[in-house]
Design a protein around this ligand. Structure first.
Ligand SMILES: Nc1nc2c(c(=O)[nH]1)N(C=O)[C@@H](CNc1ccc(C(=O)N[C@@H](CCC(=O)O)C(=O)O)cc1)CN2
Ligand SMILES: Nc1ncnc2c1ncn2[C@@H]1O[C@H](COP(=O)(O)OP(=O)(O)OP(=O)(O)O)[C@@H](O)[C@H]1O
Length: 203
């Protein structure tokens, strides 16, 4: 393992422990405050189709956002582990009645049905969970490279107005994240108390 990967792995472990240590009350307050901030973001307001996620591991809960999006008749998708292509994700339509199963990590995902797969190029906005971030909008995830691979292909196909928004608890912020050359920077990072815009991008 390179020094960079070892540093990232140590930081990942520490930040995951931090978010796992939040109480149910802190989680609930955070998820509602996050919704208030996300509702200020143009890319969320104007998106017709979004990718979200179903929280586990102390991740900030998107349930309030999900219910608001359904109320607004936005199309939602969530990630599903690809059945054949290792470390790749599919994005499947997610509605209140969608039959759900647990994947090998214990995370709920829609039961696989090819008719429900939405190509990533069709998504207006991707809201992804962060393990860590910095004020340059660099990201670190769970380390499986699932979002890295998804974002590499999304980057090539995305339409001009699409947006990449990372969300996290405030305690996931670090001064400077060691970045890898395959990392795709976020357009914005939103937490319960801050909205960081990436200066390098026109958002
Ligand atoms: N809510 C949510 N859904 C998501 C992701 C995510 O980060 N959050 N993913 C984002 O990528 C994908 C799943 N990726 C994951 C990658 C690693 C682990 C994990 O717990 N790894 C264990 C090792 C497990 C093992 O070896 O089998 C660990 O690190 O402790 C979980 C999910 C797709 N869905
Ligand atoms: N575009 C890509 N194609 C193939 N492999 C990749 C790509 N991007 C990343 N990887 C691999 O995936 C792993 C991801 O490690 P990294 O530290 O970037 O995780 P991460 O930032 O937590 O990402 P993720 O949220 O996607 O899990 C690395 O081993 C890397 O070699």
């Amino acid at each position: 393992m390179t020094d960079l990967m070892a540093t990232r792995a140590a930081l990942r472990k520490q930040l995951r422990q931090q978010r796992q240590g939040l109480s149910a009350k802190q989680q609930s307050l955070a998820s509602h405050a996050l919704l208030e901030n996300l509702q200020q973001v143009d890319a969320i307001k104007h998106a017709n189709s979004l990718a979200v996620y179903l929280a586990g591991d102390g991740e900030i809960d998107l349930a309030p956002l999900i219910h608001w999006c359904w109320h607004e008749h936005k199309t939602l998708t969530v990630p599903v582990l690809h059945p054949f292509s290792k470390h790749h994700l599919l994005f499947l339509r997610y509605e209140p009645t969608t039959p759900m199963v647990r994947n090998c990590y214990g995370i709920f995902e829609p039961q696989l049905n090819v008719l429900d797969v939405l190509p990533v190029a069709h998504l207006d906005c991707m809201v992804l969970p962060l393990v860590g971030f910095d004020d340059q909008a660099n990201r670190m995830g769970m380390g499986g490279g699932y979002y890295d691979r998804t974002l590499a292909s999304w980057q090539q196909q995305r339409h001009a107005k699409s947006a990449l928004i990372g969300v996290a608890h405030d305690c996931q912020k670090v001064a400077k994240l060691p970045v890898a050359n395959w990392d795709v920077p976020l357009d914005q990072v939103v937490t319960p108390s801050i909205i960081i815009k990436n200066d390098q991008k026109d958002v």
